[in-house]
Write a protein that binds this ligand. Structure first.
Ligand code: GLN
Length: 187
């Protein structure tokens, strides 16, 4: 059976574990470097990217995580997870894994639009995905290897680069497992 880990330092870890459970895979919280070696794929949840990054550094997870992704571990970052995976963030000084060749803007939809829902047309899915956005980033610029799989108002909110998948929105809050299934398909 495939085993999928959720980086469990801060953020909506439980919601991801529940959704993954519903897809019939084994799940595990990942808090230590050794636990990373036991999973076939990893989710980096939403939360506060600065906090998750700093905690990963403090727990000695940051570098092992970066190396595991570089070695091909399939990974899916939602919201703060997308920010952590990125190469550059506008106007922010925080630890970034740099695995995903994108420039990201944090809290990009602005104060008027802190939280909202929007149907997102996702490449490869027949019906729009119910996108839940909470102080979400968007992708401002993508590198040559990055595919844009979904956008809102022409701003990319879902991207893929090899085995790295990222969304600005939160499928774990919807019960819709189609995007988590895409991660499983990358294993
Ligand atoms: N605004 C948060 C950040 O910058 C992300 C919000 C979220 O994950 N829902 O890290």
């Amino acid at each position: 059976m495939k085993s999928v880990g959720v980086l469990a330092l801060q953020g909506d870890v439980r919601e991801h574990l529940n959704l993954l459970d519903s897809l019939g895979v084994a799940t595990a919280e990942v808090k230590k470097p050794q636990q990373l070696e036991l999973v076939d794929a990893l989710v980096i949840p939403g939360g506060e990217s600065t906090t998750i990054g700093k905690m990963a550094v403090r727990f000695g997870l940051f570098e092992p995580l970066r190396l595991a992704i570089e070695a091909g571990l399939p990974v899916y970052g939602t919201c703060a997870g997308m920010i952590l995976l990125s190469g550059t963030v506008i106007d922010a000084d925080q630890p970034l894994l740099g695995s995903l060749d994108v420039l990201v803007r944090r809290n990009a939809f602005g104060r008027q639009n802190e939280s909202f829902e929007a149907g997102v047309d996702v490449e490869g899915l027949s019906d729009p995905f119910p996108g839940v956005f909470i102080r979400a980033p968007w992708v401002e610029k993508v590198g040559a290897e990055v595919e844009v799989l979904g956008s809102v108002d022409d701003h990319p909110v879902m991207v893929r680069q090899g085995r790295i998948l990222a969304t600005s929105f939160h499928p774990e809050l919807t019960g819709d497992g189609r995007i988590h299934q895409m991660l499983l398909d990358l294993i």
